[in-house]
Design a protein around this ligand. Structure first.
Ligand SMILES: NC(=O)c1ccc[n+]([C@@H]2O[C@H](COP(=O)([O-])OP(=O)(O)OC[C@H]3O[C@@H](n4cnc5c(N)ncnc54)[C@H](OP(=O)(O)O)[C@@H]3O)[C@@H](O)[C@H]2O)c1
Length: 371
């Protein structure tokens, strides 16, 4: 008995030490290199990069070689790009578990930004979908640069003729997330009551319009200053989160798109109609167990109740971008643009996004555009 207890306590101690070592390793930041990064060869482009984890101050405006295109690839001259919370999550490497993908100690994916719109300037062998001169939009890491190279069959689609570069650049991550959350996870259909928490943000402004487009009755949750804007996007009802808490209102919705994550899965369940679905787009605050606990408890609770509480991660892809382009072309979807920043002010743009106060999307103007 005594031996068993000793073995058990030793294993527990080992587990504790293991967890402390893992926590230290995951949260450790390698210092930023002191010498500036710059490339001075022939085909040179401007690029915003990060070589360590940290605040927007670690972003460097530097020069890199313009990438060469290979078979099946295209090179796009970026006209406009847009900022997403994902960009500063990668910048900081927080929550820490994402460092398992982005790199322990320092970021191994150096380019900052994902969403872009621009003009195809080169195509690799075998590419028939695009040709030089085409206006395209999509997602590729390192988008806050003069050029991005990506696969022609990747996360890219043609821009409609009647849409500008800034409008197209505003879409990729936020609009694809809203679309997949409503259509694929929420299973929204005409007549459903849909609540969008965070209706004034990048994802929320698209979610309100898309849910309305699917024939749902939409409630948007935002602060006082954004009530009129969210109503203008098509919300049938708006709730001011500074005045009331939708999870305690007694009202029920068939689908809740939570793009904030400030209510626990159990609190959100209170506001779901019987058999309804919560789509957890925003994971909430915290760098360690907070987001993971929310996600794990949602999965667990879903096994015990009629409602579905679903963690969700969106995935950029060409067909969804092409579908959103059609909606924009028909005037059924348009982005809310809050501010524009030049490429030289990526740090300021990221800091504004991180403030959590953006109304719709933040655009980075990279190369001059007329449409
Ligand atoms: N799961 C995925 O695949 C996925 C994909 C994309 C984004 N996300 C996550 O989804 C979240 C939203 O993304 P986003 O691009 O929409 O962010 P965002 O544009 O930065 O959101 C900012 C908006 O959130 C509003 N807001 C802040 N606190 C609020 C609250 N308590 N209640 C209601 N609204 C509030 C702000 O309005 P006020 O200033 O008026 O408060 C502001 O308009 C982020 O956490 C992001 O990381 C997840």
């Amino acid at each position: 008995m005594k031996l068993l207890r000793t073995v058990f306590l030793s294993l527990l101690a080992l587990l504790g030490v293991g967890l402390v070592v893992l926590a230290f390793t995951l949260s450790y930041n390698v210092a930023c290199p002191s010498e500036p990064a710059a490339y001075n060869g022939d085909r040179v482009m401007r690029s915003a990069i990060q070589r360590c984890y940290g605040s927007p101050e670690v972003v460097e405006n530097t020069t890199l070689p313009i990438p060469d295109v290979g078979p099946g690839e295209i090179l796009v001259q970026v006209r406009a790009a847009s900022v997403n919370p994902l960009d500063w999550h990668y910048l900081r490497g927080e929550p820490y578990f994402m460092r398992l993908i982005s790199g322990i100690g320092r970021n191994t994916l150096q380019g900052v930004g994902v969403d872009f719109a621009g003009t195809v300037v080169e195509v690799g062998s075998g590419v028939t979908r695009f040709q030089p001169g085409d206006a395209v939009y999509g997602g590729k890491s390192g988008a806050f640069s003069d050029y991005v190279k990506l696969r022609a069959d990747g996360s890219v689609a043609a821009m409609p003729d009647n849409i500008g570069y800034a409008e197209a650049a505003a879409l990729p991550i936020a609009a694809v997330t809203a679309l997949q959350a409503l259509r694929d996870v929420g299973g929204v259909s005409a007549g459903d009551r849909v609540l969008v928490n965070g209706a004034s943000g990048g994802v929320g402004t698209f979610a309100v319009q898309l849910a309305r487009n699917m024939g749902a009755k939409v409630t948007g949750v935002c602060s006082t200053r954004n009530l009129a804007m969210v109503r203008g996007l098509g919300a049938d009802e708006v709730i001011d989160y500074t005045q009331s808490d939708y999870t305690r209102s007694g009202e029920r919705w068939d689908v809740i798109i939570d793009a904030v994550g400030n209510h626990s899965p159990l609190a959100n369940r209170r506001a779901l109609a019987s058999g309804g679905t919560l789509v957890m787009v925003g994971a909430g605050k915290g760098n360690w167990v907070g987001p993971l606990l929310n996600l794990a408890s949602a999965v667990l609770i879903s096994q015990l109740v009629d409602e579905q509480l679903k963690p969700f991660v969106s995935g950029l892809n060409g067909p969804d971008l092409a579908h959103l382009a059609q909606l924009m072309e028909r005037g059924e979807l348009s982005p809310v643009i809050d501010r524009h920043y030049p490429l030289s002010e990526v740090r300021e743009a990221l800091a504004y996004s991180e403030s959590g106060r953006a109304r719709g999307k933040i655009i980075i103007d990279v190369n001059p555009y007329e449409r």
